[in-house]
Every structure is written in C-alpha cells, then in structure tokens.
Design a protein around this ligand. Structure first.
Ligand SMILES: [Zn+2]
Length: 102
C-alpha cells in the first residue's frame, strides 16, 4: 500500500519514501545594500557600455521576467541522493565537467 502523502523528488522525479524527503528553499534577490548611483558616477565609469549591456540583457524580457529579476523564491522537495548532490554542488557548477570525479 502506498502512503497517503507520496512525495516526488523535484530534482530527479523519483518517489521518496514518506518522511524521508528534504526541503530546499532558495531566496534569490538583488543586493539590498546596493548604493544609489548618481549619473555623475556613471559618467566617470563606462556609462555607455554599461547601459548598452543592461539594455541588451533586458531586451526581450517580459514584465514577469523583470519582476523575477528582483526577487524570486523557490521551494523544492528532494530525495536524499539529490540532497547529497545539492549540498556538494548547490549551483550545479559540477555539470559539464566530465563527471568531475571529485
Ligand atoms: Zn531526487
């Protein structure tokens, strides 16, 4: 008999035994201590290049995406094997590295 509250791993899609899952919460938000930058400061640096880059990044972004760029909260439930992998490589940087046998 299956338990009443079967949990599916958000990372690998595997079924997790009851009460054996891990919860992952990720808050992503812009640096709250970001100082106000005056135009004078910008002109002293590379204002044109900076604006061009920002515009390039924003090009094609929907309003929703722009909102996501400010603050985003994720909550996942994952299995133990995914938890082990996550804490070893939270940002997934180990991918594409040919396995990176540690
Ligand atoms: Zn998993």
């Amino acid at each position: 008999m299956a338990g009443p509250a079967r949990v599916i791993c958000d990372r690998c899609g595997g079924v997790i035994p009851q009460h054996a899952h891990y919860v992952v919460k990720i808050d992503v938000y812009a640096d709250p201590s970001m100082p106000d930058v005056s135009l004078d400061d910008l002109e002293e640096t590379d204002f044109d290049a900076t604006m061009a880059r920002l515009l390039e990044e924003m090009k094609g972004a929907t309003a929703e995406e722009l909102e996501d760029a400010v603050a985003k909260r994720f909550e996942f439930r994952i299995c133990r094997s995914c938890q082990l992998r996550l804490i070893r490589d939270p940002l997934g940087r180990g991918r594409g590295g040919g396995g990176g046998a540690n």
